[in-house]
Design a protein around this ligand. Structure first.
Ligand SMILES: [Zn+2]
Length: 297
């Protein structure tokens, strides 16, 4: 019997990829260009940067994603960004993500947006959207720095449901926003929860420091979305934490799919490493919850 840690380090991504491709019937989805790989999954997408109803926004995102061979979008947060959401605001935003999933269930996955200041409301949103609903992860933004003990009940519930926690992490050139987490905060939280999976979103923006901060925590993924497509980011990530811990995400529509893919395609990686970063790592991470939901055999 394989445990979740074995799944991470054991390189079963190809098997997961095959399962998913047969499930989606998209085995030959990418014919658009020499460097495009089939089955790109984007770990970090929002309903921002595009207009209209939730459904219209999803259609626009999928139109652009499809041009780059991106077949799945993991969407979190609603049509407006709120730094310190109330329980009612969380429900409203998560309802919008549920609408997005319902609109394109073969292409859209969702993460439930929470605020650790509201423990009961957050746990109840996990139940509503993940345990009883279709969502496959937890999204935390800037309401509270993630090293704090208020995160613990949320992470414990994530472990129970076998879903990852995607935490926005930044080191700004000037001061961070109030409540904004750093990669060091992420490492502190992760060290208390060795059985959980974490996604360090943006790898801190200042990725050279971010990678050093999370390097010692094998259950933290370095996710590359949101910053300018500077050379060296993905190269250093692969060198320092290994390709099996690096995830492609875009932060679309706030950022373009293309600029974020460029970080990966320009890194001179082996085909195996590129395939892991662009999709099979995320498929492997979500395999337990997708299986629970009957989306995998
Ligand atoms: Zn984001």
């Amino acid at each position: 019997m394989m445990n979740r840690r074995d799944l991470l380090v054991g390189g079963t991504g190809a098997a997961a990829c095959g399962l998913l491709n047969s499930m989606t019937g998209r085995a030959d989805a990418s014919t658009n260009g020499p460097k495009l790989r089939e089955g790109v999954w984007d770990a970090h997408v929002h309903l921002s940067g595009v207009g209209g109803t939730v459904q219209q926004r999803v259609d626009q995102l999928l139109l652009h994603a499809g041009r780059f061979g991106i077949e799945r979008l993991v969407i979190s947060m609603g049509t407006s960004f709120v730094h310190d959401p109330s329980p009612e605001e969380l429900v409203r935003q998560n309802d919008e993500v549920l609408q997005a999933i319902q609109h394109a269930p073969q292409q859209v996955l969702g993460m439930v947006y929470l605020n650790p200041k509201h423990t009961a409301a957050s746990l109840s949103e996990i139940d509503r959207c993940v345990r009883e609903g279709p969502m496959v992860g937890i999204k935390l933004w800037i309401a509270m720095r993630c090293h704090r003990p208020e995160l613990d009940p949320i992470v414990r519930r994530a472990v129970e449901l076998q879903v990852p926690v995607l935490q926005h992490c930044y080191w700004r050139t000037q001061e961070n926003l109030p409540g904004e987490s750093t990669p060091a905060d992420m490492a502190t939280l992760a060290s208390r929860h060795p059985d959980a999976w974490f996604i360090c979103a943006h790898t801190g923006n200042d990725w050279e420091r971010g990678l050093r901060a999370i390097r010692s925590q094998p259950h933290v993924f370095a996710e590359i979305c949101g910053s300018d497509p500077t050379a060296g980011f993905v190269e250093m990530a692969v060198r320092e934490v290994g390709a099996q811990r690096v995830l492609y995400g875009s932060d679309a529509g706030g950022r373009s799919f293309a600029s974020q893919l460029a970080k990966v395609y320009s890194a001179g990686l082996s085909e195996q490493d590129e395939t892991m970063i662009l999709g099979s790592n995320l498929r492997r991470l979500l395999q337990p919850v997708l299986r629970t939901k009957g989306a995998l055999p």
